[in-house]
Design a binder for this molecule. Structure first.
Ligand SMILES: [Zn+2]
Length: 443
């Protein structure tokens, strides 16, 4: 599985992370279903944007991109994204790219322009436009584009190797192709095939990668190898923020760090970004983020309650519910990662198990099976993590015991004071028909 990684010229924004989270979910689900996944994600550390950024900051390209690469790894860990097996950097694979470009020239798919750069001749590759469904017949042949990003309407021969110009400063490599640097698209062809072979299974990215980036990757790779490049392409839709396309000028542009600075819970961010089907446009709002947070709390509260069910005979009602939840969840995820339906079944299940506990009809053995289901769920969604390990601190335990004594002695005032003390420590105490319960106060 190859997923287009970040261009390390700034902090990744939540739209970027929607893609990385969808890919993480896909990988986790495939693993859950027993597939072995070899995951490669590139880091684009040389392109128009990184060069401009490093020059603006007055630092070397390496130092500049290293900083943002590290920031990306930190952010990915914050969002509990499982690391890829390989994170190849473009600057470390110049030789592979140059070799691929040479091969394309030998086979007649690439040519040198009068500016010294090497371009891909899209009219030579008959399948050009197959992925993005653009009609190449209408294009003027020989029109060329040197920048890395352009629109469908501008489909034309694109740069594989960019001859050095003074604007590139000290960013260049001396290769057989001449002094210069690679275009953006060639790096993904060269690095994916290096680590995954000429044909691999899955290639992912955002919808904005379909054209020109992925169209060009196919053209480069298949022209060189004569083989299918990737068997399956999966693209996630755009993210809107508060109903609008995210843009600095709308004031709705957020990096992950911006949200963490606003005290947003990273688990809620992860959950929210995964909760809408990846091929649907998704509208990020702070209200929805709150709802995601309480969704996680609903599951966690149930998990806490499972610890203190009383020892009764099994009623087998739970077994049936677990079986149904597991099937519904699995079928929905198998259906192109239909998270909307999968999560609806999980929350139905939460409600039903709560009902069983309320009625004191859940056995300890059944509670363990419910826990096992949520462990499976969380291996895929990755949002519960630490909550499962939560226990009362020693000090809190003593206060709970003291409060019980006070209640037995009908000393309501002391009992209430102790409850307040526990609340200040972050533990909410509830008296129920089945005894005292506690949960973490999330606020
Ligand atoms: Zn790519």
């Amino acid at each position: 599985m190859y997923t287009c990684g970040p261009t390390v010229y700034n902090y990744a924004h939540i739209g970027n992370f929607r893609a990385f989270l969808f890919e993480d979910l896909l990988k986790r689900w495939l693993k859950h279903r027993g597939f072995k996944v070899l995951h490669v994600m590139n880091l684009t550390d040389v392109d128009d944007k990184t060069i401009k950024g490093s020059q603006k900051q007055g630092s070397s390209l390496k130092r500049f991109t290293e900083y943002y690469a590290n920031a990306f790894f930190e952010d990915a860990a914050t969002l509990n994204i499982e690391p890829a097996n390989h994170y190849p950097r473009a600057t470390e694979h110049i030789a592979e790219m140059a070799a691929l470009i040479e091969e394309l020239m030998d086979k007649g798919y690439a040519y040198r322009g009068e500016d010294g750069s090497i371009y891909y001749a899209i009219n030579k590759f008959k399948a050009y436009g197959r992925l993005s469904k653009i009609r190449v017949a209408q294009l003027k042949t020989g029109a060329r584009v040197k920048v890395d990003e352009y629109a469908k309407e501008e489909a034309q021969d694109f740069a594989l190797w960019k001859a050095w110009t003074p604007e590139d400063g000290n960013v260049f490599w001396e290769t057989k192709l001449g002094k210069g640097r690679p275009g953006w698209h060639i790096e993904c062809s060269a690095m994916s095939m290096k680590y995954l072979g000429k044909t691999f299974d899955i290639h992912c990215g955002g919808v904005d990668n379909i054209f020109p980036h992925h169209e060009n990757e196919i053209a480069q790779s298949e022209a060189a190898t004569g083989k299918t490049f990737a068997n399956y392409w999966l693209h996630n839709e755009h993210l809107l923020v508060e109903g609008k396309r995210m843009a600095k000028r709308y004031g709705n542009y957020y990096t992950l760090r911006d949200l963490i600075d606003k005290n947003c819970d990273p688990r809620a961010i992860r959950f929210l970004l995964l909760s809408t089907h990846y091929r649907q446009q998704f509208n990020f709002t702070f209200e929805a983020l709150e709802a995601a947070k309480s969704g996680i709390e609903r599951i966690e509260n149930l998990l806490h309650r499972l610890h203190d069910v009383s020892d009764i005979d099994s009623h087998e009602k739970a077994e049936e519910l677990i079986e149904r939840a597991r099937n519904q969840f699995g079928n929905a995820m198998d259906d192109d990662l239909n998270t909307n339906v999968a999560l609806a079944s999980v929350f139905d299940f939460v409600r039903e198990v709560n009902n069983l506990i309320d009625a004191n009809t859940l056995s300890i053995e059944e509670a363990r099976k419910v826990q096992a289901f949520f462990a499976e769920f969380d291996a895929v969604f990755g949002i519960l993590g630490e909550a499962k390990k939560e226990t009362l601190t020693q000090e809190a335990q003593e206060l709970v015991a003291k409060r019980e004594e006070a209640r037995k002695a009908k000393d309501w005032k002391t009992a209430d004071e102790l409850r307040q003390q526990l609340k200040a420590m972050g533990f909410v105490i509830e008296d129920t028909a089945q005894g005292v319960r506690w949960r973490r106060d999330k606020n």
